[in-house]
Every structure is written in structure tokens, then in C-alpha cells.
Design a protein around this ligand. Structure first.
Ligand code: AMP
Length: 326
């Protein structure tokens, strides 16, 4: 798939002395894994090149992955910038991205903004890390993939696919994950970092279970207002993680978390679904993403209620016209 494009990307990388790698704001496991993994591979394969990894944003729960570099502004002039896992330029976590000589976009979101000089976008991939794994396998005789790099890539594949459960996971996903395991992934340590929780997080779960709302047709939602976040001592990121607590309720094929973002004065929305898509709903509310996992923003409680009503109508229509859902 896209063999010619991948070759062009490798040749571009080989032609530059300086490569800068960036990802999206509010980085998740896929954004961190793909960029850390790719940076490690380029550093090991081309020790003579300067390889920087930028990030102006940070997620506490991924602190174990390590830090990023400070990139001097003058480095951009002759640099190739590779942006991974970032659908639109507004989401690039690098305010200097326009200074680079050329940009390569590597992404698995539905294409909405082909901002690169080269754009390798495959929206059928379960993660951007799956694309990086594919790149490693395609050029296995030219790239050095250490166990550490493979572990980063495997991390993104695991987290973005919900441990290989979500739509988009294919035989190819598993073959590529297998290829990463063969490079020597330390999955015991990785899974402990990702999934062992402090006891305090169970207080949050109990708050969430007490405050879930279920609409007439089954939309599950939770509103983490500023007061609750303060009471429970949560960062915005930690408060946002509650969306995953709503995922396994029978009949709730759409679930939504609303999180007060006091710094920005708006409400962050995280939408998830099974069997039916919610991307169009997210687009209506100033967002977007994937068919079954998207984000949006609302600016008032009225708009929050309106989103819930729309989600409820969507789910009602789906249930009327489909059987067999759970
Ligand atoms: P999140 O709920 O933030 O994990 O987002 C789920 C998916 O939707 C991710 O792949 C994001 O890249 C995408 N996404 C989140 N927020 C937005 C937004 N405001 N606009 C476009 N895409 C978004």
C-alpha cells in the first residue's frame, strides 16, 4: 500500500541533515508512541543526522515515556518536519511548524487538511503507530528498530485500538504488532505503566458511576463540571479520561463525556460509539475525528443539552432500523 510514497518519504529523510518530528496537542499514546518510536529509529539508523522531537503539550499519564527536545529556531530553516498522527494544522503541537523547509504528514485520520508537501494518510489504519510499524517492516533492511523503539510503537498500537478491540483492527494490524513483538517489546513493564492505577482513581470511578445520565434512547453521558474536577483534584486530562468508564453499558451505543475546560471557558466533548458513527455529530459541534471516536467543543450547557438530544435522536433512529445491537 502506498509503496512509492513510502519510498519518497524515506528518500526525503535521507536527503536532510536535520529532521524535526511533531505530533498533536493533548498527545495520547499513539501520538507519543509514533513520534518517540520514529525519532528513536531515525537516531539509531542515521547517527550523523540531527533528529529533534518537539512538543509544546504534555500528558501526565505518559510521563514515563520521557521528555522532548528544545529545538533552536534556526534549526528549522533547512529542516524536514515530520508530523505524525495529526489531522489538521490547528492541532499541530509546534508553533514553529511553518518555519520548516518541507513537511511530511503521516496520519490515520480522515483527510481534511493535506498540509504536508508529502501526505501519507491511511484512514483505515487503527493507529498512526500501525503506519510506523508498516514503514519499519517495508524498510526492515534499511532501518534500525531497537526494542525501545518497538515498545513505543507497540504502545500506540495497543492504546489507540483499545487493546486491539476497536473498529479498524485488521489481520494486518496483528501482523504488524507481531513484527514489533519480534523486535523485543517489553510488554510487561509497558502494560504496568499504562494500566496500573493509583487508588485515588477509583474514587473518580465511583463519582462517575453516581453521575452517569442515560437518555431515553440510551445515550450515556457524564458532565465533569469545574467543581467536581476541583473536589476530586483532577487535571483536565484526568477528568477527560472518564469517557472510557461509560463504554460498556448495554444499550448505550453512544457515550459522551463533557469536561469543563476552565482555562478556555468552554466544555470539551469526547464522543464514542459502537455499531453506528458519530463523526458527523462531532462535526456539527465544532469537532471531528473518527467514525466511532471523535472530539468536539461546546460553549454552554444549552449546547451540551442540544448535543445530547441530537445523539439521542441518532441512537433512536439506529435502534428503530437495526437489530442485533448490544
Ligand atoms: P479524543 O476524544 O480527544 O480522544 O478524540 C478522539 C478522536 O477525535 C481523536 O482521534 C482526535 O484526533 C479527534 N478529535 C478530537 N477533538 C477534535 C476536534 N476538536 N476536531 C477534530 N478532531 C478531533
Amino acid at each position: 500500500m502506498n509503496e512509492q510514497l513510502k519510498l519518497e518519504i524515506l528518500e526525503k529523510i535521507e536527503a536532510y541533515d536535520t529532521v524535526i518530528i511533531s505530533r498533536h496537542i493533548r498527545p495520547d499514546g499513539d501520538a507519543v508512541g509514533s513520534t518517540m518510536g520514529f525519532a528513536n529509529i531515525l537516531r539509531d539508523t542515521y547517527p550523523e543526522k540531527k533528529v529533534f522531537l518537539t512538543d509544546e503539550d504534555f500528558s501526565d499519564y505518559l510521563a514515563f515515556c520521557g521528555g522532548e527536545d528544545v529545538v533552536p529556531e534556526e534549526a528549522y530553516k533547512d529542516a524536514l518536519l515530520i508530523v505524525i498522527d495529526t489531522g489538521t494544522r490547528a492541532r499541530i503541537s509546534n508553533k514553529n511548524y511553518t518555519l520548516a523547509k518541507e513537511i511530511i504528514k503521516i496520519d490515520h485520520h480522515i483527510e481534511a487538511d493535506p498540509y504536508g508537501n508529502l501526505n501519507w494518510v491511511e484512514d483505515f489504519r487503527s493507529s498512526a503507530c500501525e503506519m510506523i510499524a508498516d514503514f519499519c517492516v517495508t524498510f526492515k533492511h534499511r532501518l534500525k528498530v531497537s526494542p525501545k523503539a518497538a515498545t513505543y510503537i507497540y504502545m500506540g498500537m495497543v492504546t489507540d485500538s483499545g487493546r486491539f478491540r476497536f473498529e479498524g483492527v485488521t489481520g494486518e494490524t496483528m501482523r504488524l504488532a507481531g513484527a514489533m513483538l519480534e523486535y523485543g517489546v517489553d510488554y510487561e513493564t509497558l502494560f504496568a505503566h499504562l494500566y496500573v492505577e493509583d487508588f485515588s482513581s477509583f474514587k473518580l470511578k465511583s463519582y462517575v458511576y453516581d453521575h452517569i445520565r442515560i437518555s431515553e434512547n440510551g445515550v450515556a453521558s457524564i458532565y465533569m463540571d469545574a467543581e467536581a474536577q476541583e473536589k476530586l483534584g483532577l487535571t483536565l486530562e484526568a477528568a477527560s479520561s472518564v469517557v472510557s468508564e461509560l463504554s460498556d453499558i448495554r444499550g448505550s451505543l453512544i457515550w459522551v463525556a463533557f469536561i469543563d475546560n476552565t482555562k478556555k471557558g468552554n466544555i470539551r466533548v469526547r464522543l464514542r460509539s459502537r455499531f453506528l458513527g458519530i463523526n458527523d455529530l462531532a462535526i456539527k459541534y465544532h469537532g471531528g475525528g473518527h467514525n466511532m471516536a471523535a472530539g468536539a467543543t461546546v460553549y454552554s450547557k444549552e449546547e451540551m443539552e442540544s448535543l445530547i438530544r441530537d445523539a439521542d435522536a441518532l441512537l433512536g433512529e439506529y435502534k428503530r432500523t437495526h437489530g442485533g445491537w448490544l
